[in-house]
Design a protein around this ligand. Sequence first.
Ligand code: C2E
Ligand code: MG
Ligand code: MG
Length: 724
Amino acid sequence: MSVALAEQPLILIVDDELHLRNSLGSLLGLHGFAAIPADGGRAAIELLQSQQFDLVLLDLFMPDVDGHQVMDFIIERKLDICVIVISGDVSIDSAISALRRGAYDFLRKPYEPEELLLKMENALIKRRLEKENKAMNLQLEESERWYRYMVNSSPDIIYTLDANGRFTFLNDRVEPLLGYRKESLIGQHYSALIYLEDLEQARYILNEKRAGDRASRNMELRVRHNIESKLLTLEFSSFGMYEESQADRSIRHVGTYGVAKDVTERKRAEQTINYQAYHDLLTGLANRILFKDHLDLAIAQAKRNQQMLAVMFLDMDRFKVVNDTLGHVIGDSLLKKVASRLKGCLREGDTLARQGGDEFTLLLPQVDDREDAMRTAEKMIKSFDAPIQVDEHELYVTISIGIALYPLDGESMDSLIKNADIAMYDSKAKGRNRYQLYSSSMNVSFAERLSIEMQMRKAIDRQEFQVFYQPQINVSTGRISGVEALVRWVSPLHGGITPLEFIPLAEETGLILSIGEFVLRTTCKQAMLWKRAGLPPLRIAVNISARQIEQDGFCDYISQLLHEYQLDGSMLELEITESTLLNDGEHIIEKLQMIASRGIKIALDDFGTGYSSLSYIQKFPIDTLKIDQSFMRGIPGNLSNASIVSAVCAMAQGLKLNLIAEGVETPGQLQFLRTLKCSEAQGFLFSKPLPGDEITGLLLRPDPLVPDMFQYRNESEGSASKWN
Ligand code: C2E
Ligand code: MG
Ligand code: MG
């Protein structure tokens, strides 16, 4: 027997005829088979139930249970067994019915032993192959299950496309990720998924034809979610699939295999990081890096197209005051609102950036001429006419702008920014709330400015500042009712520098705080000296800038000074300007009320030059109005000034305010004030500002200061001729 089987097959011989069973048994035994006989169908079924056979040699006609029934049993029990029917019945029908029931072969009695053995051998080989196949199939099935499991549980989308770009396979991931049922996508072109703007790129990525190292790796495309209105960013890696033709061995592109990873979150994080690197987080504007980037590009473009561009430097006026008095939270909100108001004045291609603090830069990448840039600057300044509401605060904002144009004012990025900055400082110096085009002469004044600033710092230590006093005269008696303290700076380098020149710079740099303290202290000391000299109490006015008042502890500082020099609050008058009131009404009111509650007087200086309305002024605890000296010009001949001064006089009387007219230089002006019953006057007609000891001399004089009406003080007298 040549059947090669790993284990010895076990054969069941089923025949009701004993001799046939026996002869068959011996034949098989002879050929090395193990065989068990059964004398009929019933016995066969019993044996089949208890043992595992490989082959049954089955007689069909048996008295009790016949061969067909045995086969039915095998079918019913799904027994894995091979059946060869050996029957005396020659009819075709019974052969067919046996084969239908799954018999492997049919053998007619009497048979040739060789024929039987051959059929048995074939049957057993077939059975072995089937068994092996089954085992292999099981294995295959198992590995396919694993493969499917792995593919479907991959966190990434796995797909294949045919050569025309239509999906032939998609793993389960596509549904939770993109909201598509994968069946609905099979057969569809990949473009159905891709965001329109990325379609062109997708042609080379999704439908990759290259294989190996040259294939696409980690390429990003945006994909639309099927149900939700969101775009996802997927990172694709794909390569072409090729098949070798059996016929001519040629290689043919059959499609694409690809993996797509959802990188939306990572992308978002990257974008955030990127955004943070190039933007100012408070205002959302570009930061200085992005600004320079855009400017660099714009300069290259302007050069190529021979066009002009404008760079502006913008600085909020007195922003520090808001920050210092209302706090950073309000300051931040204000900055945001200022940024958005500025943006409202600009075109899409313009770049507005925050340089830091309250400084902004602006790039207009294409301007036709200077006027073009000036119009934008004007528009921005105008946009702040209306106050900005931050919480309960109504804040008036002004900005100063400097403009530099390419190529006129600079050809490089740095020179344009620097010159715009210089021009901005010039706007500040010229009174703020305005714009200024750069001019080369500014470079000098800028350098000068810097040098003055440095000198001023040293001057504080070197005690180069002095305080002069200018008398204020009671118009009806001609006697000195008070003095105004005015600071003087004698620089060994520059000589006398007027307050008009250095006070704005001192305010800008914060040096005004030290200077202001010096003036207050000196004045109090002088007052103490006059008091000790036995002179009657004299009101002394001191100019205070907004930054001083807004400083924390200002009221306490004043109280402490008064205490130190043993002075009564009522002899001190603080002169503030309208712009100080406008800076931040509510907060200033509180401070002024605190000052007033200590008996200290408050004067509104330079009245008429600002735009405060009467009702506005009434909110503040003001004792004195000082009519600005510009209104005294030409009086009484100048009718418009005359009518303003008389209106202010009437108003002050109505409000029971003390009124001081400034800049009184002629007896005619004084006469005019007398007829209006203006209470006090100050000016060169009476005296220039003088050092303290010279004022002492004036105070000791028994007669009034103006001749005729009072007594006239000669202009050439007085030691401070440099000043005034
Ligand atoms: P102001 O407070 O309005 O002071 C009056 C200015 O007018 C003084 O100029 C004074 O010298 C000048 N003046 C007085 N009488 C006449 C006159 O008859 N005709 C003309 N044309 N001018 C007259 P000054 O001393 O140059 O001060 C200029 C401004 O600087 C002051 O204006 C004040 O706002 C500011 N200032 C002066 N000293 C201080 C100070 O200690 N602190 C602060 N914050 N500001 C000060
Ligand atoms: Mg003053
Ligand atoms: Mg004044």
